[in-house]
Design a protein around this ligand. Structure first.
Ligand code: 5GP
Length: 191
């Protein structure tokens, strides 16, 4: 199963992903490749594989990505090889990805793996507050760029099987755990 978590930067995807991995058996992450710089609390191979822009474009050229996107002036992409390995492992993959990548992955992988797309909503004012208080010292321009993305991401909400307003982390984690358990049951019932 591939659980996709979307929503603008600051919607809480990364925290939720960590909680799901901590609390549920058989749930794993799938780090993407990115050309952006690591944030202070990020480690190579955990949230992302950090590579240069040139290395990224080389991988694009070699067709190593299922999909990739230029987002906030940085590249992000899903490795075919890593995704295939994780699908083969039979585990539940949780992946944090923006709306364009989700649209592509649903099309590309729907015959390979059960895809469960979940969209996390957050109010504009709450998002602004989170972005300002986050540790990576975004400039005003970077904050505006992320806020500007909100409307676009929300216009793609109909791609998603589940839309959750993330105003309470614990509640959201519980809801997603229930969704995963139910989807697992449905998958087994079909076999
Ligand atoms: P951030 O820089 O805040 O970690 O991520 C920026 C955006 O890129 C987020 O919306 C995140 O979900 C998205 N993203 C992360 N990995 C991928 C990927 O492999 N492909 C695409 N299309 N977007 C990604």
């Amino acid at each position: 199963m591939l659980v996709i978590l979307s929503g603008v930067s600051g919607a809480g995807k990364d925290t939720i992903k960590k909680e799901l991995i901590k609390r549920m058996d058989n749930v794993i992450s799938l780090p993407s490749f990115t050309s952006r710089q690591p944030r202070e609390d990020e480690e190579e191979g955990i949230q992302y594989h950090f590579i240069t822009r040139e290395e990224f474009l080389e991988k694009v050229h070699n067709n190593e990505f299922y999909e990739y996107d230029l987002h906030h002036n940085n590249y992000y992409g899903t490795s075919r090889k890593l995704m295939n390995e994780k699908i083969q492992s039979g585990k539940i993959i949780v992946k944090d990805i923006e709306v364009n990548g989700t649209e592509n992955l649903i099309k590309l992988l729907k015959n390979e793996v059960k895809v469960v797309p979940i969209f996390l909503r957050v109010e504009r004012e709450e998002l602004k507050r989170r972005l300002i208080s986050r540790g990576d010292l975004l400039t005003d321009e970077e904050i505006e760029l992320r806020l500007g993305r909100l409307d676009y991401e929300e216009s793609k909400m109909n791609l998603y099987d589940y839309v959750i307003k993330n105003d309470d982390l614990e509640k959201t984690v519980q809801i997603i755990m229930t969704i995963i358990e139910n989807e697992k049951r449905l998958e087994h019932a079909k076999k």
